[in-house]
Design a protein around this ligand. Structure first.
Ligand code: SIN
Ligand code: FE2
Length: 210
């Protein structure tokens, strides 16, 4: 367990960096908005044909996409046919600093999935396993409305721990827990000074092999 400034304990296997991105909150939100001007948020469907409740876009060399053909990383945005917008330098620097704090030096993410949740939206527990390189960690940055992160185990049946995440919080996992199940409980209504009734999450990954 990693105790944090507020006395909240991170569940085992998860590195919790409370407020790590808070100083950059406004700049991160502005950079995410600029990405979404070129690659708009869209609601994707699962391979089984169900609409997700979270809207998504990407930046970086690789973008995560889901449709009837399956889950995968693509170099181009299927909506525009253009390469995904470049990863803003601020995103890259923050992800690398957070990874380093969690003991994963040398992290070079090539993908940043940007998730936008409105009240009621959720993400069912899943594994991040569409990446070619599982030696790299996952760095996840929360912005906007609070959320409850569900941190499970190696098996879907493992009961998840609940960790409240606030704007500016960062969580990192990798190594032995790289493939652990995780998700987000349905977002509660509210209003954030910069994002209004929304939560935006940045998830940094190494998608293609280095
Ligand atoms: C994800 O697992 O891709 C997103 C998690 C989050 O929104 O915090
Ligand atoms: Fe995930």
């Amino acid at each position: 367990m990693t105790p944090d400034l507020f006395g909240e304990a991170a569940p085992p296997g998860l590195h919790y960096l409370p407020g790590f991105a808070l100083a950059d909150e406004a700049a991160l939100i502005a950079a995410a908005r600029a990405v979404a001007e070129q690659a708009p948020f869209r609601v994707m469907s699962t391979p089984g044909g169900r609409k997700m409740s979270v809207a998504m876009t990407n930046c970086g060399a690789a973008g995560w996409v889901s449709d009837a053909r399956g889950y995968r990383y693509a170099q181009r945005d299927p909506l525009t046919g253009l390469p995904w917008p470049a990863m803003p330098p601020l995103f890259l620097a923050l992800a690398q600093r957070a990874a380093g704090m969690a003991g994963f030096g040398g992290f070079v993410p090539d993908a940043c999935l940007i998730n936008r949740y409105e009240p009621g939206a959720k993400m069912a527990p899943h594994q991040d396993k569409d990446e070619a390189d599982f030696t790299a960690p996952i760095v996840s940055v929360s912005l906007g409305l609070p959320a409850v992160f569900l941190w499970g185990g190696a098996r879907r049946a493992d009961k998840p721990a609940k960790l409240p995440l606030l704007s500016g919080d960062v969580v990192v996992w990798g190594g032995e827990t790289r493939l652990h199940f995780h998700g987000i409980a349905p977002l509660r209504p509210g209003s954030h000074p910069l994002l209004g009734a929304a939560r935006v999450n940045l998830t940094f990954r190494r998608a293609f092999s280095a």
